[in-house]
Every structure is written in structure tokens, then in C-alpha cells.
Design a protein around this ligand. Structure first.
Ligand code: NI
Length: 453
């Protein structure tokens, strides 16, 4: 009897521990983004190359390992090539790797984009896609979404749509090239998306035409897909995002204070950006985000939150490429694509641009038709990843009208910014770029580079 009773006590204790464990687990994880808990960032700015890599830590480790080793290969391939180049006077090499992750029905769709520039006329672009079951890590191809034996019919549609694309755009094309590039093999259809409009297919440069034709995207409309794509996968509806007007505040209370604008590049992110937003009210602070277009759809909720709180949202281009290395068409694409995704997420098009690495000139300004905002306090947060040091850098250089450069993809940057606000709060008001302009009564000039106000 005694023995039995003791066991049941143990049992109760164990049960208690399990219940408490579940509660804590739920509290910690229920509100976080279930796709991504963490990210890895690498950034470097050397004499002969720049490098910027973002990749996700995924809940499915099998896929994560594949992605990680793919990216590692790309990086060492790039470094091998970059280090071989002796004459760096003309062209600085660059590697930019970004990703987008979203749900595609019961699957996950992960797109990893690799841009590398190691001399020559243009960046090399590669996209590696993973469509997978999050539980098992098993990958699927486009065939999973098609009715049995309908791949050929789809390929035929894609062939005619591609020809139509060329004719509509008054461009020359090679029928054989297109036929080869749209043939019914999974490799030709490794990059796609199913939206409320239909099936979007992407063909990378060289797949259906010469490199100079660039990436081509064609849409096969929902109506044409009946009987080809399984009906379960044609049910998508456009989810309209409701965006509230940003909170306005009375700026007159800051009239006697010095002003500082904290700006955050390379986000939005899950953890760091939200941590920053959680703490802004404490310092009556508003800040500015120069968002990376490629990250906006993955972290659109965070960007929307930042906007609705009254922070300024600007553009940091789509893929974080060195604009000096791009032709006009690609520069405009980097800018327009970003403005489009930001508009989709927050309902307004940004009018402020911060070029990656601050690399801009009169021509880029003219092409962008946006206001160029750089910075005059460079915290070098990405290098130190040390909150105290970042804080010191801000505090030691603080002055009225300053623009501080930070990155909301590192916790240390957010912590450093908050520590600086704590120290400076009696003397300074922390305002967004838009507020700074209003308070100082400044009219921006699209031909100028604004480093401070
Ligand atoms: Ni950047």
C-alpha cells in the first residue's frame, strides 16, 4: 500500500512538471513565428569584396541542413573566384544571398536567391527552391500539384504563354530554345508559385532565351488550369490585409529638445525588429526602417506593425546588391519591386531610399526618383555585435539632427539602440525621419544625399 501511494505521489509530481512545462512552452512559442525562430547573418566588407548572407533556421532540420550546405558551397565558390581577381580597381566582387519563406497549402515554399558578381558584365543569379512537408522534410516537385498525366499539357500551355510574352514585348525569340526550356521535366519547373491569380512560373536567365532577356515570369490563369492543377490547389483567395492609419503624435512637445533619428536597415526580422517595437514607447521613440524587399513578404506582419505604430518605412532595395554593378534596367527593378511589396504590406509606397553600402550617385538618384537618406553616425553594429560598444558609439557621436545607422536583424543592435536612448533621453527626442523633416521644416531634394538634418 505504502509503496503504491509513494508511486502515485511521484506520478502527481511528474504530471505537475509536465503541465508546467507545457504551459511555459506554450507561453514562449505560441506567439512566435512558427516558421522561423532564428536566422543566421553574415556580412563582410573587404577591400576586394562585399558579402551579405541571410539564411533561416528552420523547424525542419533536414531541409535546414540542405539549405545550409547549399549556401556554404555558394559562399566558398564565390570566395575562390573573388580571391583570384587581381585587379580590383574596376569592380568590387559581391555576394548577396536572401530568402523568402511562405506557406503553399500544406507545404512550405522556400526560395533562396543567390546573386554573385565576380567581374564581367553582370551579376549571376541563381534561385534554389524547396517545396517541402514541414513535418517530414520530404520535398515535392510541381508534379505534386498536378493531376495525373497532365504535365505535358501544362508544358504546352507554358510554351505558348512564353511565346506570347516575347511577342507582346516585341522581342526576338528562338522557338527551339523555348521548347527546350518549357519541356515537361521538373527541372524546368523548379521555380513557381500558386496564387489567387493562377500558376506563376519563373524562368531564370538562359532557360528560354539568352541571358540578356533576364528572368521571365509567366502567369497561367486559374481558368486555364482547370483539370491540370488539382482542384484543391485552385482554391486560393486573395487575403486583403487591413492596414490602420499610422499613429500621429503631437510633435510640439519636442520643440526644445535636440533630435535624433535612429534608422534600421536590412530587416524586417522576427525577433530583433519586434523587440525594438516593444520598447519604443518607453522612450517616446519613433524610428525609421529601410526594409529589404526580399524580406518583406516573409515578415510582412512585423513591417505592418512598425508602420501602424508611426515609424517611417523606407526602401533598402530588393536584394541588397551593389547598385554600381547593375545596369539601369536592373537598378529600376531592384527599386520598383521593393516599392511594390512594401505597398502590398502597408498600403503606401515608400519615397525614401537607402542604397546598400550607401552606394549611390546622381544617375541612381535620377533613376530611383526617390529621396536619398544615408547617415552620419555609423555604429558598425554588424561588426561588433556588442550592445555596449554600439551604445557608446551612438552616445559619443550624438548631436542634433543626427541619423544613426543600425540593423534590425541583430539583437545586439536593438539592445545597443535602447541603451543609448536610455542615456540620451533627457537631452534628446527620438524621432522618425518623417518627423525630423516636419520638426525642422526641411524640404527634401531628390538630387541630394541627406546625411543628417
Ligand atoms: Ni544593408
Amino acid at each position: 500500500m505504502k509503496r503504491k501511494k509513494r508511486l502515485s505521489k511521484k506520478g502527481k509530481l511528474l504530471l505537475g512538471v509536465i503541465v508546467v512545462g507545457i504551459v511555459i512552452w506554450t507561453l514562449i512559442f505560441s506567439n512566435s513565428n512558427k516558421n522561423i525562430t532564428l536566422e543566421i547573418h553574415e556580412i563582410d566588407n573587404k577591400a576586394n569584396y562585399t558579402l551579405k548572407i541571410d539564411y533561416p533556421t528552420l523547424s525542419n532540420k533536414k531541409i535546414e541542413n540542405k539549405v545550409t550546405s547549399y549556401i556554404k558551397n555558394k559562399k566558398s565558390e564565390f570566395l575562390d573566384n573573388a580571391l583570384k581577381i587581381k585587379d580590383i580597381s574596376k569592380s568590387k566582387c559581391d555576394l548577396a544571398i536572401t530568402y523568402t519563406l511562405h506557406d503553399l497549402f500544406q507545404y512550405k515554399a522556400l526560395y533562396v536567391t543567390v546573386y554573385s558578381y565576380t567581374g564581367g558584365a553582370h551579376y549571376n543569379k541563381e534561385i534554389k527552391t524547396y517545396y517541402y512537408d514541414d513535418k517530414t522534410g520530404d520535398e515535392v516537385t510541381i508534379k505534386e500539384f498536378l493531376e495525373k498525366d497532365k504535365f505535358d499539357v501544362l508544358a504546352n500551355l507554358a510554351y505558348y504563354q512564353t511565346i506570347k510574352y516575347y511577342e507582346d514585348n516585341d522581342k526576338n525569340y528562338d522557338e527551339e530554345w523555348i521548347k527546350e526550356g518549357t519541356k515537361a521535366i521538373s527541372d524546368n519547373y523548379s521555380y513557381f508559385n500558386i496564387t489567387s491569380d493562377g500558376l506563376q512560373l519563373y524562368f531564370l536567365p538562359y532557360q528560354v532565351g539568352p541571358y540578356s532577356d533576364g528572368e521571365i515570369s509567366i502567369l497561367i490563369s486559374k481558368n486555364d488550369l482547370k483539370g491540370i492543377v488539382k482542384s484543391d490547389y485552385l482554391l486560393t483567395e486573395d487575403t486583403l490585409v487591413e492596414v490602420s492609419d499610422p499613429l500621429k503624435r503631437d510633435l510640439s512637445k519636442f520643440k526644445d529638445k535636440k533630435l535624433m533619428a535612429f534608422t534600421f536597415d536590412d530587416g524586417p526580422s522576427d525577433g530583433p525588429t519586434n523587440k525594438l517595437l516593444d520598447n519604443l514607447e518607453k522612450y517616446e521613440a519613433r524610428v525609421t526602417f529601410f526594409a529589404l524587399g526580399s524580406r518583406v513578404s516573409t515578415y510582412s506582419k512585423t513591417l505592418k506593425r512598425a508602420y501602424e505604430m508611426g515609424n517611417t518605412i523606407g526602401s533598402h532595395t530588393y536584394s541588397h546588391l551593389n547598385l554600381y554593378q547593375l545596369n539601369d534596367y536592373d537598378i529600376i527593378k531592384e527599386i520598383n519591386n521593393t516599392n511594390e511589396v512594401i505597398k502590398k504590406a502597408i498600403g503606401v509606397t515608400p519615397d525614401k531610399l537607402r542604397a546598400p553600402y550607401g552606394n549611390t550617385n546622381a544617375h541612381i538618384k535620377e533613376l530611383s526618383d526617390m529621396y536619398t537618406i544615408l547617415w552620419d553616425i555609423d555604429t558598425e553594429d554588424w561588426k561588433y555585435k556588442d550592445a555596449e560598444k554600439i551604445k557608446d558609439n551612438i552616445v559619443n557621436h550624438a548631436h542634433d539632427g543626427a541619423i544613426v545607422l543600425l540593423h534590425d536583424i541583430y539583437n545586439s543592435s536593438v539592445e545597443g539602440a535602447l541603451l543609448a536612448m536610455e542615456e540620451l533621453k533627457d537631452e534628446y527626442a527620438f524621432v522618425s525621419i518623417d518627423e525630423m523633416i516636419e520638426l525642422k521644416n526641411i524640404s527634401l531634394d531628390k538630387t541630394k544625399t541627406h546625411f543628417n538634418f
